[in-house]
Design a binder for this molecule. Structure first.
Ligand code: CA
Length: 226
């Protein structure tokens, strides 16, 4: 089977070398580019499965690199790596077509888990609507609409169930508020999402016994972390 290929675009040599070594150690092919311009060219030729992209590059802005990757190699996933904490960067990153982002300084184990989640997207399509999905100690049975933590059933109302099922199906990935409104409430999102916040807060309490958690990405969406 072909090894999945990751291109690390990062001008900090220490971080880049550490990342490449860690990715190779998990069985992936990993290469490094220190320049945005070179990265754009290589992506067009090599079509890697994933680009890990530092936003602060010396020659081309990372956001422009991200847009160029989207155009030149639409199937390539993009994970943005940034030291900029401002949420605007998150929004800009996702608007530019990034699939996920990690803020520096990052924990290597977390980054690798997110890399696996992104690459899995192609390999394992989401479970069928009537399937049973287990992530960590949490099991969602979509057919029976039942949820278990370590085998103990928890009681969820219909929208809470839909919300959890959607997040679990895309475990480890960002699900935007717009997408949640569309999928769970069946409407396009134009204004207040107070209903979503309320349901999310109740859902968090109900799954508190699980080792999983739901991370809020302010103004962007949510991510289910097993
Ligand atoms: Ca940098």
């Amino acid at each position: 089977m072909r090894k999945e290929c990751v291109l690390v675009v990062e001008d900090d040599e220490v971080i880049a070398r550490g990342l490449v070594a860690a990715l190779v150690a998990t069985g992936l092919t990993a290469e490094w580019s220190a320049s945005g311009r070179e990265a754009i060219e290589r992506v067009g030729q090599e079509h890697p499965d994933l680009v890990i992209l530092d936003l602060g590059l010396p020659d081309v802005d990372g956001v422009d690199v991200c847009r160029a990757v989207r155009t030149r190699s639409p199937a390539t996933r993009v994970m943005i790596l940034t030291a900029r904490r401002e949420e605007i960067d998150v929004v800009v990153g996702l608007d530019a077509g990034a699939d996920d982002y990690v803020v520096k300084p990052f924990r290597l184990a977390e980054l690798l888990a997110r890399v696996r989640a992104l690459l899995r997207r192609d390999a394992e399509p989401p479970a069928p609507a009537d399937g049973r999905v287990t992530v960590g100690d949490l099991t969602v049975d979509a057919g029976a609409r039942r949820v278990f933590i370590n085998g103990d059933e928890i009681d969820l109302r219909p929208k809470e169930f839909d919300l959890l099922a959607l997040l679990v199906q895309q475990s480890g990935q960002v699900v935007t508020r717009e997408k949640i409104m569309e999928k769970v409430w069946d409407e396009h999102w134009f204004g207040s999402t107070k209903t979503l916040d309320m349901h999310m807060s109740v859902l968090r309490k109900k799954i508190a016994a699980s080792s999983a958690s739901i991370t809020t990405l302010r103004h962007v969406g949510y991510r289910f972390d097993p």
